[in-house]
Design a protein around this ligand. Sequence first.
Ligand SMILES: CC(=O)SCCNC(=O)CCNC(=O)[C@H](O)C(C)(C)COP(=O)(O)OP(=O)(O)OC[C@H]1O[C@@H](n2cnc3c(N)ncnc32)[C@H](O)[C@@H]1OP(=O)(O)O
Length: 478
Amino acid sequence: MASYVARNLIKVRSGVNLSHFNYGSIRCLTTTNTAWAPRESKKSVVDKTGKNIVFVDAVRTPFLMSGTDYSKLIANDLARHALLSLLRKTGIPKEIVDYIIYGTVIQEVKTSNIGREASLAAGFSDKTPAHTVTMACISSNQSITTGIGLIAAGAYDVIVAGGVEFMSDVPIRLSRKLRNLLLRSNKAKTLPQKFQLFSSFRPSFLALELPAVAEFSSGETMGHSADRLAAAFSISRKEQDDYALRSHSLAQQAYDKGYLTDIVPIKVPGIANAVTRDNGVRVSSTEQLQKLKPAFIKPHGTVTAGNASFLTDGASACLITTEAKAKELGLKPKAYLRDFVYVSQDPKDQLLLGPTYAVPKVLEKAGLQLSDIDVWEVHEAFAGQILANLKAMDSDFFAQKYMGRNTKVGAPDLNKFNNWGGSLSIGHPFAATGVRLTTHAANRLMREDGKFAVIAACAAGGQGVGMLVERHPDGQPS
Ligand SMILES: CC(=O)SCCNC(=O)CCNC(=O)[C@H](O)C(C)(C)COP(=O)(O)OP(=O)(O)OC[C@H]1O[C@@H](n2cnc3c(N)ncnc32)[C@H](O)[C@@H]1OP(=O)(O)O
């Protein structure tokens, strides 16, 4: 705990009272079918690409806790379903898709370019190129922004972007020593050579290498890092549990109101009924949450199974194109994809602070201020990570000492923040989350009568993303 962060960031103090969320005050307006017009007071953002790139629509499978109803599938099955469902939902002929970009973090070895495999499985033309990207938890943000780049460069017009994660079956490797022995055995030609080689075998070679949700450079798990971050920012266990409860409560409300229209049911062989909804949403109570034991730093840590995102299976996909092409195809886009920025910092002590670094940059690029943003969709890796980011964003000390800025950007208004729940409750299939965030941002802009939304997320490697989307006048929330 006596880390660089703990020594220095402990000084950060925020005016935001995070332990008194007013759930009842969350503004969730109902949809109207009347044409929407930008309010006079709202600023305009310059279209830098000259193409008015739009987010048409998106889908996702239900996000399920790993080891539950998807456990007999493979990642390719979920990705295929997301891609097929996108075609069905948008009604576009698959031939008009120029290019597919798909994210994944923990790769299934047999489908390393899962973008290509899943698109072939979904019946896309074999003439449609597809590639796979990986950027940890922001992989499908990367799919979308790579697509923006391809459209902006004039290479293609119609792009499908998305991502999949499948934590129910991750590659477990033999030990390095056993792998080495087996590879050398291929070259041993004679019986004595083989005998000599296998006589070097030791029982310890049978130990397996399990993948961990951990930083390669530091060896630290994300959960351990989140625990240190929460301590560094003096975020109490109670504040984390309250935030987690907020996330689950808001996700539940969003289901009840029928807002989560991005979910497409999936029929899973061996499961009687189609899977129709996320299964991690669990509105418990502060008392129940307080009883949970620390999951990472034991016995004094504050991150628990109740205030951390959980290992999740799921896939997502979205359609992006130019405004002109959308019009030509008779599509009604939900939002303009106006700007984005990637940031990266120290992967040990600032691992989960991506939003703090990305938000001021993306706002500045677009000429906007915090108060111009109507909707926030920020990836909830851990409750403590969200609260640490809110404090850091609202701290002049942090801005000056660590970001080389004169002043803080300020903390987002919590009444506009993750109003339909977030990764803590909905789930976090790493490479599928970016599209989920973007879809919720676009749909919320319509439901909440806003103009601009910011999407932000942290990712392993100390990286992060900030994206700016603007409501499209033709958009419909489903
Ligand atoms: C940039 C990024 O996104 S980094 C983030 C990357 N993501 C991660 O690192 C994932 C972090 N999460 C994890 O590794 C795992 O979910 C863990 C280690 C926190 C928990 O794993 P598990 O121990 O398997 O969780 P499990 O679901 O069994 O829950 C443990 C207990 O908490 C309870 N629990 C979980 N959630 C809740 C809740 N919301 N309310 C009440 N109780 C809960 C469970 O019922 C269970 O209780 P039991 O032991 O009495 O059965």
